[in-house]
Write a protein that binds this ligand. Sequence first.
Ligand SMILES: [Zn+2]
Length: 338
Amino acid sequence: MMTIRSRRYLRRSFAGALFVAAGLLNAEPVKAGTVALTFDDLPIFGRYATTAEGTAITDALLGGFRRHHWAVTGFVNESQLEGRDKPARIAWLKHWLDAGMDLGNHSYSHFSLNTTPVDAYIADVARGQVATSALLAARGRRERWYRYPFLETGLTIATRHRFEGWLHDHGYRVAPVTMENSDWEFAEPYDDAIAHGETVEAARIRAAYLDFTAKIVAWYQQAGQQLLGREPAFVFLLHASRLNAISIDELAAILDKAHLRVVPLDRAMRDPAYAIADTYVGPDGDEWLTRWSLTLHRDLPYGAIPEVPADIAAADEKLEAAPAPPPSPPPAASATPR
Ligand SMILES: [Zn+2]
C-alpha cells in the first residue's frame, strides 16, 4: 500500500531530478503572513497506554491552542473512536468543540483513494461522519471540511471527479495542505522513548523536531515566494500527537519568528491561491504547492528542502514495521496510518 513514506521518497527522487539553485534571496521587508493550523488523525495520533493518558494529551493540545488563541481544525478518523473507552474518546472530540475548535472528516478508516474502489471509499467517508457530525449538529453546526488521508487524491480523473462530486453534494470542501513538517515521523519515536522512560532520548527527538519545523516552515515560505511571488495564506498539516501537545509554545514561537499569524481555516481558504487548479492525477500524495507548481509549470526550490534526520526517519520506520508493544492495559490507539 502506498504510504505517506513512499510518497516522501517519490517526492525526494523528484526533488533530486529537479535540482534547482535555491532561489530568491528576497531583500524586501518582511510582511506578516497567515497560517491555518489543521491537526489530523483525531482523536489522538500515536501511541498511548491508558484512557487517562489520552485525556491528558487532548487537554494539553487544547490548553495550548487556547493559550495562544488559535482556532484550529481537527480531522477525525472515527475508526479511532471504537473500543472499550469509546465514550471517553467521544468526550475528547466534545472537548475540541467546547474549546472553540472545528472538526472535519478524515474518513472512517484512513483509506487511500489510490488503493480503494471509489464506491467503497465514499461509503467509508460517509461512515466517518456519523459521530462528528452529530456533535456538530448538537451545537447548530455542520461538518464542512474533508482532508484526504495520505493526501492521495486518486489515480484517475474519473475517480477524483466522482468522489469530489460526492463531497460537494454533501456540503464538504477539500482542505488542502500548503505546509507540513513531517511531524508524524517524529511523533512515534517520541512516544516510544516516553513509553520506555528514555527522557534524554525523548528530549533529543523533540529538539530535532522543533529544529526541523523551523527550517521547513522557512522552506515553505520560500517555496510560496518562488511559485506565487508572495506567501499564500498557508494551511499547515500537523497531527494530534503527544509530541505536539507538549510543544505548542515552541511551535507558536516558530510561527511568530516566521511572521505567521494563525487564522481559522475558512479565513486562509479565502486566499485566491486556493482557486489555482489542481490538475494532478497520479500516485503521489503531494501537498498543494507541489500540485500548483505542476499546473503553473514553475519549479519549487526542492534542491534546498530540509530533510528529516535519517536516524529519526529510520526509528519511525522500524516502529511502523513492528506491532505496537502492549503496555499494561491494551493499547488504545496504535499506529493509525496517517
Ligand atoms: Zn491522516
